[in-house]
Design a protein around this ligand. Sequence first.
Ligand SMILES: C[S@@+](CC[C@H](N)C(=O)[O-])C[C@H]1O[C@@H](n2cnc3c(N)ncnc32)[C@H](O)[C@@H]1O
Length: 282
Amino acid sequence: MSTQADVEVSYDVSNEFFRLWLDKNMNYTCGLFEGTDNLEEAQTKKLNWLHAAAHVSPDKRLLDIGCGWGACIEYMARLKGVRDVTGITLSRAQHAEIERRGIPGVAAQCISYVDFVPEKRFDALVSICMMEHIATPQQVRKGEHIALYRDYFRRCWEWTTPGSWFGLQTILRNRVPRNREHLRDIGWVTYEIFPGGLSLRLEDIVMAVNPYWEIMEIQTRREHYQQTCAEWLRRLRDHEGEVRARWGDKVFVDYDRYLATCVTGFENHYQSLAQYALRRVD
Ligand SMILES: C[S@@+](CC[C@H](N)C(=O)[O-])C[C@H]1O[C@@H](n2cnc3c(N)ncnc32)[C@H](O)[C@@H]1O
């Protein structure tokens, strides 16, 4: 699992740095470019898909596991009128940003899901690209990952009320590159940009949800993540001078390489993205 120190390598470069090239609400995951080429709209469409998948309504208690800088919890509270929203993240910088936003009805904690003890059960769950942090590449090589993912789904089951739904999103690793340069770049992103984590295989989810959750729907969104990363890369390059001046050449060069690697990865089917609607098994 990514430790707090690992997570802070990935997300604590600087909130102002990420604000320069993410959408205005700072979603750091794939948008849904259905009928739009606009990143902000695509991110809203993605959140709307998860809102439906998790069967969220204003009176339900909602938990977002791995809530980033708060884009989803803010959307659910402000735009969908959900009155009781909790978000957890392992990044102190992200937690500080959520506190800064002061969103009514939202409580955020800087805590790992393995240490999280909710006071009351939730009626709906959302988790957007957090599961990539659960198993390290070493644990996957040893075959320990399914048990770790199943343990996560068990906790999610225990935190919820009967009849709950879960809107889940994960990056998938589909194919190993045959091209040496692509292989090297993907390995570099894995170990340098997201230490302690690895994207999943679709069959991992299919195996690990049992016996806690039933998969009601799966959508794959490979092209949408390619387009999201291409838009992030375009925005990063638009701010090249400022990034180099404020955070140094290495930050610009590394993030340029990482985002370009992701565009290539989705384009070549090395990676994909999946969204799931899960229903609690009661
Ligand atoms: C790729 S970011 C996605 C953030 C957010 N869901 C979004 O869509 O923008 C992954 C998130 O998972 C969180 N995370 C990683 N490991 C975690 C853990 N063990 N417990 C809770 N959150 C964790 C990180 O802090 C980060 O907020």
